[in-house]
Design a protein around this ligand. Structure first.
Ligand SMILES: [Zn+2]
Ligand SMILES: [Zn+2]
Length: 660
């Protein structure tokens, strides 16, 4: 007799029975189940229960259920791809938020191929093929996948572990997989393939190049349509498109991939943001500094950035005479790289981080406890070698300016200073109307010994992070194992108007760099002590943050950030002088103004200027000129007629000052 607990009731069965039968008995045929939870483990619906246990259903619209459907969709994709492209080798295909992807070793494909694959997937769905789990010995598995070196490599890694002994089969397609999956292909109706990109096997650029195909998958038509609508809206707001239309930035192949040229209009936004932060830096007792864009290799050897992270950095700059000497000695690239790693020859590097420079500023004079906390801030530009496939607009670039700062503090100043950092983030997000954000606290993994600093210090710092995060009054999650080896951190994840999440600023406690650079201060006891460092960048980088802001505001910036705040359009030639006079009055108040007194019709002028999304569009004609008034449309684009100029200027000045 098997006793099965389901939905709080205990059912008895004489023989083994599938999880699905139990769920159907309890919840009826239309339970919406895609899989089962048997004693808290995810299983296929067909899983046979042969001993007493607890069973629950996993609904298609739950997070777990959606992941299972998306994972099943990845298999469906692989089945279609291997049917259409028999030489394609499937590698891995996990579910992700909103959908799934699968990486194939194959020639690149185009949009037409993508639609063909999608069409075949739909056909397979209609065929209602059962998706069957099979258990195999390692030996059989190796035979089954002998023509796919990627799957073989996965097995090599996993042999001796519990996984790797099952496959899932649908039609002629078999994949090495742990499952669980939906029962049959007909369960997967609401999906769509979205795009392809390049990927590398094992995310390693020295390994095989793969084609990654992305798709989305939902449990209902409505959810899929909502998602498609959102994507269309997102495409309209794409900062790469808007950045071009609104002339905010330019990326030029001749200058280099991932290197952002800030055009005049974008520069205004960046300057306003920097000015805004600078005001708060003064309020919080920071000191601003400038440091060079390069530094000696030795500096980064001490900090640990070289040679360990050299793959993500521009290659070093070597002195000319050293290079000549080495080439005379027939030195190969490999030799050169070894010599550099070992410190045999020196050179310079574009800085990947501002920290080492700031540390040398700290160390430039003897420090006492009275100097602490020392808060050094810099809008510091750094350079990283992102893979070309990962470069995108302003959000993934190879050179960017961090709104960076390093705080050198004593052990018991950590909490107070973290609070200050958090306060700044709160002000920034509040001002920019990014009300929906969450906070992640990266803590150490208590089982690991990779961490620098004593457990007592870590306890204090982690507690300080928690306390600081709690003051924000927003949701925060603690994530054990997510801390860097050198200290706990606080991350900010912002949700934009479309509900998309962006990881922006970070506050990071650091016990490591003060150690590596042997930083000290003299305490009140007259002894030398080690300071603790806090790295913090609330925006992350100016480039990324502006990219996010362009999309967040849909290019319609609040008046204080607007590249041009007032566009003045004249109705006819005879209002030109009046328009110029108004413009000068506004410019005298430091407003950014553009005048169009050309001979286009007012309708045409309006269409042209609306496209640039200025905060205010002013229209001047006979009535305005005769009465010394202005007529305008504000950010809400409502028409205001016959307003006295003083009223307009005082209102807009207040609006800009309050950053509302
Ligand atoms: Zn799978
Ligand atoms: Zn830093």
């Amino acid at each position: 007799m098997i006793k099965v607990e389901c939905n709080g009731e205990v059912l008895e069965f004489p023989n083994e029975i599938s999880a699905n039968e139990v769920i159907k008995k309890t919840y009826g045929k239309k339970s919406g189940a895609v899989a089962a939870l048997v004693n808290n483990e995810q299983k296929d619906l067909s899983y046979l229960l042969n001993e007493s246990c607890r069973v629950e259903l996993i609904r298609e619209d739950s997070n777990e259920g959606l992941y299972i459907m998306r994972h099943s969709c990845a298999h469906l994709l692989a089945q279609a791809v291997t049917e259409l492209f028999p030489n394609a080798k499937p590698t891995i295909g996990p579910p992700i938020d909103d959908g799934f992807y699968y990486d194939f070793f194959m020639d690149p494909i185009n949009e037409d191929d993508l639609r063909r694959i999608e069409k075949l997937m739909k056909k397979i769905v209609k065929q209602n093929l059962p998706i069957q789990r099979q258990e195999h010995s390692n030996e059989t598995l190796r035979k089954m996948f002998s023509d796919n070196s990627f799957k073989m490599e996965i097995m090599d890694d996993k042999i001796g572990q519990e996984v790797g002994s099952s496959t899932y089969k649908q039609g002629n397609f078999v994949d090495l997989c742990r499952g669980p999956h939906v029962e049959s292909t007909s369960k997967l109706r609401w999906f769509r393939l979205t795009n392809t990109s390049q990927a590398f096997w094992r995310a390693d650029s020295s390994r095989e190049t793969l084609v990654r195909i992305y798709g989305m998958c939902y449990s209902s038509k409505e959810d899929l349509q909502n998602r498609e609508k959102l994507l269309r809206e997102a495409a309209k707001r794409d900062h790469r498109k808007l950045g071009k239309d609104l002339q905010l930035f330019h990326i030029d192949e001749m200058v280099g991939q991932g290197l952002v040229l800030w055009t005049p209009r974008g520069t205004i936004i960046r300057n306003e943001l920097q000015q805004f932060i600078s005001e708060h830096l003064i309020r919080q007792g920071y000191q601003q500094i400038y440091t060079p864009h390069i530094g000696k290799l030795d500096l980064y050897r001490t900090s640990g950035h070289f040679p360990y992270y050299q793959d993500s950095q521009y290659p070093p700059i070597i002195k000319r005479d050293t290079l000549h000497k080495l080439s005379d000695e027939n030195c190969t690239c490999g030799d050169l790289s070894n010599l550099m790693s070992e410190g045999e020859i020196d050179g310079y590097m574009l800085k990947p981080m501002n920290c080492p420079h700031h540390i040398r500023v700290y160390a430039s004079q003897p420090r006492s406890y009275r100097d602490l906390p020392l808060r050094l801030a810099e809008f510091g530009t750094v350079y990283r070698w992102e893979q070309s496939g990962e470069i995108s607009g302003m959000t993934r670039v190879r050179g960017f300016t961090q709104d960076d700062a390093h705080l050198f503090v004593t052990e018991n100043q950590i909490e107070q200073e973290l609070l200050g950092c958090i306060e700044l983030v709160k002000v920034i997000f509040g001002t920019l109307g990014m009300k929906d954000y969450r906070v992640r606290i990266g803590l150490r993994d208590s089982d690991s010994d990779k961490y620098v600093g004593s457990p007592e210090k870590w306890n204090t710092a982690e507690e300080a992070c928690r306390n600081a995060a709690a003051t924000l009054g927003v949701e925060f999650s603690e994530e054990p194992g997510e801390a860097a080896f050198y200290g706990p951190k606080i991350d900010f994840v912002v949700k934009d108007v479309l509900g998309r999440e962006w990881q922006l600023g970070t506050v990071q406690v650091d016990y490591n760099l003060p150690e590596r650079f042997d930083l000290t201060y003299v305490g009140s006891d007259g002894e030398k002590h080690r300071p603790v460092m806090i790295h913090r960048a609330p925006f992350g980088s100016m480039e990324r943050f502006c990219g996010v802001l362009i999309e967040h505001f849909n290019g319609m910036f609040p008046t204080w950030l607007s590249p041009t705040q007032v566009h003045i359009l004249t109705i006819s030639e005879k209002h030109k002088e009046y328009a110029e006079r108004i413009a000068q009055t506004l410019r005298d108040l430091a407003l950014r103004v553009e005048v169009d007194s050309g001979d286009d019709t007012i309708g045409k002028k309006l269409r042209t200027h609306r496209k640039m999304r200025p905060a205010y569009i002013m229209i001047l004609g006979d009535d305005e000129q005769n009465n010394e008034t202005v007529s305008f449309m504000g950010p809400d684009r409502e028409q205001n007629t016959g307003i006295l100029l003083e009223k307009f200027t005082s209102d807009i000045t207040v609006e800009i000052k309050s950053k509302s």
